[in-house]
Write a protein that binds this ligand. Structure first.
Ligand SMILES: Nc1ncnc2c1ncn2[C@@H]1O[C@H](COP(=O)(O)OP(=O)(O)OP(=O)(O)O)[C@@H](O)[C@H]1O
Ligand SMILES: [Mg+2]
Length: 335
């Protein structure tokens, strides 16, 4: 089972420039969380801070009783081994084959024999659909393949916490759909705690258990998917529905006159779109952390927008989704 990550009052600046301030959130053990925010709001900086590559100015990152933000180098080294990270640019070594790239953490951090390393590397390559491409150099493959190779490398030490920085950027919609399914399946299989940064609204709406949104140097909201998808908070509402209407402008913040003009025009469609069902793992895999559809809404007395939880086959998931782990059926589930 993955581990919980508790972030408390985290603040990071570069010189006089504050990236974000007083960020507090909990990544629940074994759940998939997504972090959203306009470009430049510090999502990548947040991931790098979580894994200890950047030191925050203030605050705590609690993992299993240790504060990663304020610990000795030796403890930090141990804590880092819990993480698998897919960086925004993939960060593969250009002169190494995919095989050697994926084997790198095993050779660096373990004393496994080459035969054992080979078994693990081939297993992870198969997991991400790269069997047969082991000998290729990163420069010889497509962007999507590089992402998947980066993912294989992130998984090779069986991490309990997986951080992915825009795993889907630059991918076509079909590959993005496959990658999203892969993430859900991996989570079901490994039960690691996932945090994914994405700009893909469909990914954000269907993949995670929890969603967070960074804007104007703060974490606007972090919580269950259903909470954010049904939220009236203007920034959350605008971002999660990819609308022009709202506080976020082209250069991050709209000024007062822009907002007043917008209010006079009355462009906001007002109603929220339906909440889609969450992406399920394939085969007979079950995610132990998956909540029953509608459980947050009914527990909080919120009525979902019409048409919510109906999938593309017309099945209504509120009246009984397939294959939910019994232990996670929460009270208040309809049907
Ligand atoms: N090492 C660094 N030194 C100084 N400033 C930095 C450093 N890394 C990031 N920044 C600044 O921190 C801010 C946040 O950058 P970050 O890369 O985290 O944004 P982001 O939310 O990931 O954006 P995008 O969606 O475009 O990837 C930016 O203003 C960036 O210039
Ligand atoms: Mg980034």
């Amino acid at each position: 089972m993955g581990v919980e990550v508790v972030v408390e009052g985290l603040t990071k600046s570069f010189g006089r420039e504050v990236v974000w301030e007083d960020v507090t959130l909990t990544l629940p053990a074994g759940e998939i969380s997504v972090l959203l925010g306009p470009s430049g709001t510090g999502k990548s900086v947040f991931l790098k801070t979580l894994v200890g590559l950047l030191r925050p100015d203030r605050g705590h990152i609690w993992i299993g009783g240790h504060d990663l933000a304020n610990c000795r180098e030796s403890t930090l080294y141990e804590l880092r081994r819990l993480f698998g990270v897919l960086f925004q640019d993939g960060a593969l070594f250009g002169s190494l084959s995919l095989y050697d790239n994926v084997a790198f953490p095993l050779r660096e951090h373990t004393r496994k024999r080459e035969s054992e390393i080979r078994r693990i590397v081939m297993e992870k390559m198969e997991l991400v659909g790269l069997t047969g491409a082991e000998a290729k150099l990163p420069g010889e493959i497509s962007g999507g393949m590089r992402k998947r190779a980066g993912l294989a490398r992130a998984l090779v030490l069986d991490p309990q916490i997986v951080l992915c920085d825009e795993p889907d950027s630059g991918l076509d919609p079909v590959r993005t759909a496959y990658l999203n399914q892969l993430i859900v399946d991996l989570n079901a299989e490994t039960e690691a705690t996932f945090l994914i940064v994405t700009h893909d609204i469909n990914t954000a709406r269907t993949v995670p258990d929890d969603i967070g949104l960074l804007f104007r140097r703060e974490l606007v909201m972090f919580g269950p998917r259903e909470m954010l998808l049904s939220s009236d908070e203007p920034v959350v509402r605008q971002f999660l529905n990819a609308r022009r209407h709202g506080p976020i402008g082209m250069s991050e913040e709209k000024d007062v006159s822009e907002l007043e003009a917008e209010a006079r025009m009355g462009q906001d469609p007002g109603v929220l779109p339906p909440i889609p069902p969450q992406l399920m793992p394939t085969g007979d895999r079950v995610r132990r952390t998956q909540r029953a559809p509608g459980s947050w809404l009914s527990a909080n007395g919120v009525t979902p927008p019409p048409g919510s939880f109906v999938d593309e086959h017309g099945r209504d998931w509120l009246s009984g989704p397939p294959r939910l782990a019994a232990s996670h059926d929460e009270p208040g589930q309809a049907g």
